[in-house]
Design a protein around this ligand. Structure first.
Ligand SMILES: Cc1cc2nc3c(=O)[nH]c(=O)nc-3n(C[C@H](O)[C@H](O)[C@H](O)COP(=O)(O)OP(=O)(O)OC[C@H]3O[C@@H](n4cnc5c(N)ncnc54)[C@H](O)[C@@H]3O)c2cc1C
Ligand code: SF4
Length: 480
């Protein structure tokens, strides 16, 4: 294609931003990837083949206009590239860092399928938005002048990506927005779940600052259901968005599970994040939630397990092992994160499940070995027990990371008319995100179950649009 810088995938190989050496990065909580230099970002963007049907865009939950902003990047029109990237994504620098691109946009890159290695879409999205912050291109939130005097107010329960993406959109439309969160810092799992070596906390906090500067009221330390009733939130606002995530850890049922030294993943990760913020964390300082010098076993194979493993390495654990009941090919965690963990010294024990725990405080995990049987209804091969192959894995800190379910919202919020699914998630319309209660919407993990930041952002944006349409109704009727 004469005159275009694109289609360079034939001559230019795939290059991700440089990864810090494993030995160095395992000693701190800083992000593991260095930044692209401008020339490298342009070169890598130019590898895009500008497909007529861009499968990357189709498989990005936000349907980001990826080929166009790659082309603008390759042409050096970086501000325009950024404007296009942010038009569909409220937090592009966050998605660029932590989306599992290998399962989303990059996993569907056509040149990858032709054996050339995917375009590094996430890294370029991150580069563009980081640059935009540095250059002052990120526009402050200023409600549109005509809308500035709008009287309506919306209450949002939960300051995670779903709630904050909705807050951003509603605030820009001139609606008064109040976000209630039970934590002292907003951000949801971006602040108190995902570790700093994947997502620098400063990156999240600069978005929080932007929202507050734009007029979003963030009410911290307010647990709806304890400090303020759900009915009171509804009474204060014209519409409400539930974006409270899923926080009930799935429990392991096995003999000895209550022993000291066996802790839950999120307790462990929250403590580590708080230490990173410089908070006093008594359970960490007393050693309960600190892996330093200990033999750590993490049980689970998802991204939460990966984050616990890599946090334990950074805290100076003596040895870090992961027990997972299926094999590498069948684990839910991102392959990229497994590889990063291995480089940092984590050992994986595949096809291994806990049968019980020895000692109190714990001294070991009784492990039963598994083999993969026939595929189940989901198509995944189910693990089956190998008789007589049990052994004891020595451990003095065991972290259980088996996933999360919703809390009992009926019990907590005393609102029996809020329809829930049989899994306890909020039942909401797929497109409008409306719940069974008039004027109440729901978005993110509390609807989907444990999912991804990018899906939460999409839900939050869509719910905000539906709320704006809902708020417009009475005004439209009055005007008739
Ligand atoms: C350890 C870990 C690692 C992850 N890594 C990744 C990753 O690498 N990439 C990725 O895309 N996704 C990742 N995820 C998933 C991702 O974090 C979630 O899907 C996403 O944060 C969901 O957003 P949300 O806004 O729905 O909920 P959350 O982020 O959970 O936010 C909900 C907010 O609601 C608040 N809240 C809850 N109940 C109440 C109440 N009653 N009153 C007031 N406030 C309340 C909570 O304090 C919280 O701040 C990870 C999750 C975990 C646990
Ligand atoms: S938001 Fe996520 S899936 Fe979409 S282009 Fe960015 S990194 Fe890829």
């Amino acid at each position: 294609m004469a005159g275009t810088p694109m289609l360079r995938f034939v001559t230019v190989g795939r290059e991700t931003p440089e990864k810090r050496p494993a030995r160095l990065r395992a000693a701190d909580f800083h992000e593991i990837y260095r930044d692209y230099a401008a020339a490298k970002a342009a070169e890598q963007a130019a590898r895009c083949s500008q497909c007529g049907v861009p499968f990357c865009q189709v498989h990005c939950p936000l349907h980001n206009n990826i080929p166009d902003w790659l082309k603008l990047t390759a042409e050096g029109r970086l501000r325009e590239a950024y404007e296009l990237a942010q038009a569909t994504n409220t937090f592009p620098e966050i998605c660029g860092r932590i989306c599992p691109q290998d399962r989303l946009c990059e996993g569907n890159c056509v040149i990858e399928r032709a054996g050339h290695g995917t375009v590094t879409i996430g890294a370029i999205e991150r580069y563009l938005t980081d640059l935009a912050w540095t250059e002052g291109w990120v526009a402050p939130i200023r409600p549109a002048a005509a809308a500035a005097a709008r009287p309506e107010s919306v209450g949002i329960i939960g300051a995670g990506p779903a709630g904050l993406a909705a807050a951003d959109r509603l605030c820009r439309a001139g609606v008064k927005v109040t976000v209630y969160d039970r934590h002292d810092r907003p951000g949801g799992l971006m602040t108190y779940g995902i570790p700093g070596f994947k997502l620098d906390k400063g990156v999240v906090m600069q978005r929080i600052d932007q929202l507050e500067a734009g007029g979003v009221a963030l009410v911290r330390n307010c647990d709806v259901g304890r400090d303020l009733s759900f009915a009171a939130v509804r009474g204060r606002h014209d519409a409400v968005l539930i974006a409270s995530g899923v926080y009930r850890p799935r429990e392991l049922r096995a003999p000895g599970v209550g022993a000291r030294g066996i802790v839950r993943a999120l307790d462990y990760l929250v403590a580590a994040s708080r230490k990173g913020f410089g908070d006093a964390v008594p359970e960490f300082d007393a050693g309960t939630l600190d892996a330093a010098g200990r033999r750590v076993v993490v049980i689970g194979g998802g991204d939460t397990a990966m984050d616990c493993l890599r946090t334990a390495v950074r805290q100076g654990a003596r040895r870090v092992r992961c027990l997972y009941r299926r094999d590498r090919a069948n684990m839910p965690g991102s392959e990229r994160e497994v590889a990063n963990a291995e480089e940092e010294g984590v050992e994986f024990v595949w096809l291994a499940a806990p049968r019980g725990f020895a000692g109190d405080p714990v001294t070991g995990v009784m492990v039963q070995r598994m083999r993969l049987g026939e595929p189940d209804v989901s198509g995944r091969r189910s693990p089956a027990l190998i008789e007589g192959a049990d052994y004891v894995e020595e451990a003095d800190l065991v972290i259980t990371a088996l996933g999360f379910d919703p809390e009992d919202l009926h019990l907590r919020w005393q609102e029996p008319d809020l329809a829930l699914t049989r899994w306890g998630t909020v039942r909401a319309d797929f497109h409008s995100h409306a719940t069974s209660l008039p004027g109440v919407y729901a978005a993110g993990d509390i609807v989907r179950g444990a999912s991804l930041v990018v899906w939460a952002i999409r839900d939050g944006r869509e719910a905000a649009d539906a709320i704006l349409a809902y708020l417009a109704q009475p005004a439209a009727l009055a005007a008739e």
